[in-house]
Design a protein around this ligand. Structure first.
Ligand SMILES: C[S@@+](CC[C@H](N)C(=O)[O-])C[C@H]1O[C@@H](n2cnc3c(N)ncnc32)[C@H](O)[C@@H]1O
Length: 270
């Protein structure tokens, strides 16, 4: 029953995406801006969700040396993309598949690009947030709700096919390490409250009545940096299942904890 419900829900989601996200190409100057803002390079694997005629993935390969995958629900567009890739001389580095973007495995992506719709972006958001810390997400025009972008560019597009503004927005997010929760080291605990790419942390020594330090900061991929008066630099390492946090810099009162590894608390706490 539950399985049937999930299938029905998935069918509803994909049908709405297919019906509601029409084929509209990203203009060339916006494609370039999307790849530049993500600093795409030869080490990157770019996945374009709803790849249309393949232009974003093909430009990533031809102009930036990346490899890539485009997934597209319309068969003719997939064939057109494969032909365009051959013409551009990048067929060996890119692939295009007739595939639903909601059923696409994203784990290999270092960069995900999208020109979809706000509600489709929101449906994808949990899966984007679960990608490896440091993965860049770039969206043409639409945002990801209350997950604020790290950067936004406004680009004049006088001949834009849709909208009255004749302007394209390019938004960039870097997937933050998942650091929410309690972390433990011998003799200390670190309680982190995370909201997307911002955090606040409370470092306490075991048995002490009051916290040693409280500091806030921003998360850029695997790197946590203190903001305001509290200099702090922590690094997330490992995997989602087995992560560690270590500090290269902490507010002065907590200097003794620099270089220690913090691991996730078990069910019984630290
Ligand atoms: C606005 S176009 C963007 C095309 C291309 N990414 C670009 O920026 O030029 C969106 C594309 O998503 C495709 N699409 C819509 N729903 C999809 C789905 N569920 N899975 C895969 N592709 C889908 C549409 O057919 C269309 O080609």
């Amino acid at each position: 029953m539950r399985h049937l419900f999930s299938l029905a829900l998935w069918a509803a989601c994909s049908a709405s995406a297919q019906e509601e996200v029409p084929f509209i190409t990203t203009p060339d100057q916006v494609t370039l801006a999307m790849l530049q803002i993500a600093a795409v390079g030869p080490a990157d694997h770019v996945i374009d969700l709803g790849s249309g005629d393949g232009r974003i993935v093909i430009t990533a390969a031809k102009g930036f040396g990346a490899s890539g995958l485009g997934v597209e629900i319309v068969p003719d567009l997939v064939q057109q993309s494969l032909a365009n890739a051959r013409r551009a001389g990048v067929a060996a580095r890119v692939d295009f598949r007739e595939q639903d973007l909601f059923r696409t495995e994203l784990g290999r992506a270092t960069v995900v690009t999208m020109y979809l719709l706000p509600e489709v972006n929101l449906q994808l958001r949990p899966r984007l947030l679960a990608l490896a810390p440091g993965t860049r997400i770039v969206s043409h025009d639409w945002d990801l709700g209350d997950w604020a972008p790290d950067r936004t560019l406004n680009i004049d597009v006088p001949d834009k096919a849709i909208g009255r503004e004749k302007l394209s927005r390019v938004h960039l997010w870097t997937v933050p390490a998942p650091v929410q929760g309690l972390w433990c080291s011998a003799g200390a605990s670190l309680q982190i409250t995370q909201r997307f790419q911002t955090f606040s942390a409370v470092l306490s020594e075991r048995g002490a009545a009051a916290p040693l330090v409280v500091f806030d900061g921003r998360i850029n991929g695997a790197a946590l940096t203190g903001t305001g008066l509290h200099a702090a630099a922590l690094q997330w390492r490992g995997t989602a299942l087995n992560p560690t946090l270590s500090a290269a810099l902490l507010p002065a009162a907590a200097n003794a904890w620099i270089g220690r590894n913090f691991v996730r608390a078990g069910p019984a706490g630290c």
